[in-house]
Design a binder for this molecule. Structure first.
Ligand code: IPE
Ligand code: IPE
Ligand code: MG
Length: 240
């Protein structure tokens, strides 16, 4: 069996892309791809637990995804609600702390309350921090942070990177070390544009429903081999 590397990223973020193409290749409706995507999330969550990943952030719905056909948007909202209804207790028992990144606008009052309740219920869990980016946009997040900072009356000299970070949805989380995008697309699509400034990127051709434990492990192995320099130069090789 492939060995699990020692250097495991603390925070992995995933752009779960390719559900639609996965469905199209099988002559299924796009929503069937999204449902398969949710099933896959269970596998990936288990694998994260096994590999010792502490923070997993998943991109489930962007601020731009509202532009999709109404039926698809409605279907995605139903899927979100279904996940909370069916998975919350199991996740809670397994020590998952849930967080929502994004705006709750656009969801019914009932579903907004469910999301808040799920976050509240799991807030003291500590085994795995699962953040669901739903109605999330990186630019929107920064705009909101700036609004809050302005409303609080901070002086120009007080504006620092740390202050902005503290006003983002991710204020209590470490930045992502590794961002994975499935389905081969090589773009950011407005995901964690501030937090991902120095994340390592891995793009895999696999569609999200086909991205399982083995694919995650492969990504972790590639991550472990990378050298993160953060703008510095390589550590000198010791001469002897
Ligand atoms: C990702 O799959 C899920 C969401 C954006 C909600 P897509 O629906 O974008 O799948 P493709 O890119 O059309 O294959
Ligand atoms: C990004 O995927 C958003 C999610 C995975 C939720 P999209 O499929 O919406 O992104 P683009 O349109 O290909 O950039
Ligand atoms: Mg897509």
């Amino acid at each position: 069996m492939t060995q699990i590397p020692e250097k495991i990223p603390q925070h992995v973020a995933i752009i779960m892309d390719g559900n639609g193409r996965w469905a199209r290749e099988r002559n299924l409706p796009r929503l069937a791809g999204h449902r398969q995507g949710v099933k896959n999330l269970r596998r990936v969550l288990e694998a994260c637990g096994e590999f010792g990943i502490k923070y997993l952030t998943i991109f489930a719905f962007s601020t731009e995804n509202w532009e999709r056909p109404k039926d698809e948007v409605r279907g995605l909202i139903n899927i979100l609600e279904g996940v909370i209804d069916t998975e919350l207790d199991v996740m809670n028992e397994r020590g998952v702390q849930l967080r929502h990144l994004g705006r709750l606008d656009g969801l019914s009052e009932g579903l907004q309350a469910k999301v808040r309740k799920a976050v509240e219920l799991t807030k003291n869990n500590n085994r795995l921090h699962l953040s669901i980016a739903w109605n999330y946009g990186g630019r929107d997040e920064i705009v909101q942070a700036v609004e809050k900072i302005a409303a609080a009356g901070f002086d120009a000299e007080a504006i620092t990177e740390e202050l902005i970070s503290r006003h983002l949805y991710t204020s209590e989380m470490p930045d992502p070390d590794l961002i994975i995008r499935t389905s081969g697309e090589q773009r950011v699509s407005n995901f964690l544009i501030w937090q991902g400034a120095y994340a390592e990127w891995i793009v895999t051709p696999k569609y999200w429903p086909d991205f399982g434990r083995e694919e995650l492990l492969e990504a972790l192995i590639e991550y472990a081999e990378r050298e993160r320099r953060f703008g510095r130069v390589s550590e000198p090789v010791s001469s002897h």
